[in-house]
Structures are given as C-alpha cells and as structure tokens.
Design a protein around this ligand. Structure first.
Ligand SMILES: O=C(COP(=O)(O)O)NO
Ligand SMILES: [Ca+2]
Ligand code: NA
Ligand SMILES: [Zn+2]
Length: 311
C-alpha cells in the first residue's frame, strides 16, 4: 500500500531499525527494488532526485513527477508492503511543488548550503505548504562534500546538535538529515570511513525525530571488482562499510539513502552480460542483467539495516 514516509520512519525510529531509501531514474531500477522488498517483506522508500524527475519527464518536471507517482502507486496499491515515494534533494521550489502536486509521499527541502537562518526560513515555508497537502518533509543540516546530480559542496560541514534542536522545534520538519561525515558518490573517503557518532547521538537525543543518512552507499568491493572485470574504471571507489552503517542505526539513523550501490550493481551486471552475449540486443535481456544484481544489493541492504520482515 502507498503510505506517508513519516509513518514508515516513525515506526523505524521507535524500534531502532533503518529503512533504505533507494534512488531511481527509470522503471527497471524500480522493478528490481520492488521485487527485493517484496521478497524480504520490508517497508520501501523510493526516492527520486530533481534530475531524475527531469529525465523521466523528458524535460517536463510535472510530467516526470507524475510519471513516478503513477509508476510507484500502480504497484504499491497492489502489494501488501508499505511503499512511499520521496523527492530527494529538493533544492528548487518548482520541483518541490511539482512533487507535492503529483502526489509524492514526502519531499526534501535541501537548503543546507545556505546560512542557518535561511535554511530554517525555507524549510519552515515548505513544511507549511507540504503539511497542508498531507505530505511529510525532510531537511538537512550541515553539508556533505562530493557530487550528486546538481548537488555539490566543497567540503564536509558537520551538523551542530544544538542548532538541530532549534531547527526541528522552529520548522516542524518530520525527519532530519544531519551531516556526520559521509559524502555522495563512489569516492567518499581518502582513507578510512570516519563518521561522527558522538554528534549523531546528540542530535537524536536533542531532536527525538527520525534521522536520515545521506551518502550511505557501501560501494561494495565485489560489485566494483565485477564492473572493472568487464571494463569499468572505478579506481579508488570507497563507501561506508556495512558495520559503520549498523552503528549509525544503533545511534538513531532511520532512513539510509542508497543510490551509488545500485548504479554500480546495475552497470556490473550489464557490462558482464553485453561482453558474454555479443549477439543479444533485446533491452529486456541486457537491462534485465543489471536488474538482477540491483535486486541482490537491495535484499542484502534490507537485511542488514534490520527492516526485513517489518512490512
Ligand atoms: O545520499 C544519497 C545517495 O548517496 P550514495 O551516493 O552514497 O548512494 N542520496 O540522496
Ligand atoms: Ca545539502
Ligand atoms: Na532525501
Ligand atoms: Zn543525498
């Protein structure tokens, strides 16, 4: 059933498990993720960036938002696991309104690159509009380095837990993404992963609301290796180890944004298939090879984050 993201996350926050939020840009990734969540009997959060909405609408953001709502609702209304659709990194007013208008479960207003007061003001405005439409809201405090779609920041600016308390009280935001050291993409750390668990625990204590981890892909070595075996060039790729993610869940993270891991799995599956099947040109076959590995990664992540069986 199609639900509000807040309902999924409040349950997760109470029971101290996390739900991955999987990014999609097309139908094939959605099908692979859905299959994995059904098999694992897990709640499911699908999220799309602004770039994904523009891509799906072939340039028209209202068509793109509607496309994803129709695609997700079509399946959500016929399965008995809770499924929510979320706008990831909403930075432009017109995309946020397009998502609310189309029927998204929730929207992120990402004004974290702005000064604190400005971020608070923008978030407050979106919360007012979204709540009036029954849509829940995510916001971000602090900055993640790295590139994601059109979202880029120079270096990491970690969240200030005292500011987080004021921010949540002032804005009424439903769930919050505190920057604690992760970054987007496949090249997250120069050395070892370093997350600020102290800070995370303080934010949880001071806000008491569901928390979101961005840049949470593990960049699984076996999939990187497979992709490279068939010609990919991902040298130096490094993500957040699963053990570190489990600690994040222990300290109050409930939504774990996962995009890069699915992209690497998909390209690994497709590259292998194309190399081994030079005569093949049915898109359902070569895209299907990517889907298969995406489903594997999805099922593994649902398992270790503790939401398998929680549908
Ligand atoms: O934060 C993310 C995804 O992060 P990854 O690049 O680590 O998958 N989406 O908002
Ligand atoms: Ca941001
Ligand atoms: Na998000
Ligand atoms: Zn993100």
């Amino acid at each position: 059933m199609y639900v509000n993201t807040k309902d999924i996350l409040e349950k997760a926050s109470k029971e101290y498990y996390a739900v991955p939020a999987f990014n999609i840009n097309n139908m094939e990734f959605f099908h692979a993720i859905l299959e994995g969540a059904i098999e694992k009997r897990a709640p499911l959060i699908i999220e799309t960036s602004e770039g994904a909405i523009k891509y799906a609408g072939n340039g028209d953001i209202h068509k793109g938002a509607k496309y994803f709502v129709e695609l997700v609702r079509l399946f959500a209304d016929s399965v008995d696991i809770p499924i929510a659709l979320h706008l990831d990194h909403g930075k432009h007013f017109e995309y946020i309104i397009a998502a609310i208008k189309a029927g998204y479960s929730s929207v992120m207003i990402d004004a974290s690159e702005e000064p604190f007061e400005e971020n608070m003001k923008k978030t407050k405005e979106i919360v007012k509009i979204a709540h009036a439409a029954g849509v829940s809201v995510e916001a971000e405090l602090g900055q993640l380095a790295g590139i994601e779609d059109n979202v880029s920041a120079a270096e990491n600016v970690l969240v200030d837990p005292e500011q987080a308390k004021i921010f949540v009280e002032e804005t009424g935001v439903d769930f919050l993404a505190p920057a604690i050291g992760t970054s987007h993409g496949a090249f997250k750390f120069k050395g070892e992963a370093k997350l600020d668990f102290e800070r995370l625990q303080k934010v949880k204590k001071l806000t008491g609301i569901p928390l979101v981890l961005h840049g949470a892909s593990s960049v699984l070595p076996e999939y990187v290796k497979l992709a490279e075996e068939y010609g990919a060039d991902l040298g130096g790729a490094k993500g957040v180890p699963e053990e570190e993610l489990k600690k994040c869940v222990q300290f109050g993270i409930n939504k774990v944004n996962t995009d890069t891991d699915l992209r690497i799995a998909f390209i690994a599956g497709m590259r292998k298939f194309l190399k081994e099947n030079p005569k093949e040109f049915d898109p359902r076959h070569y895209l299907g090879a990517g889907k298969k590995l995406v489903k594997e990664v999805v099922m593994n992540r649902l398992e270790f984050l503790g939401c398998a069986g929680k549908a």
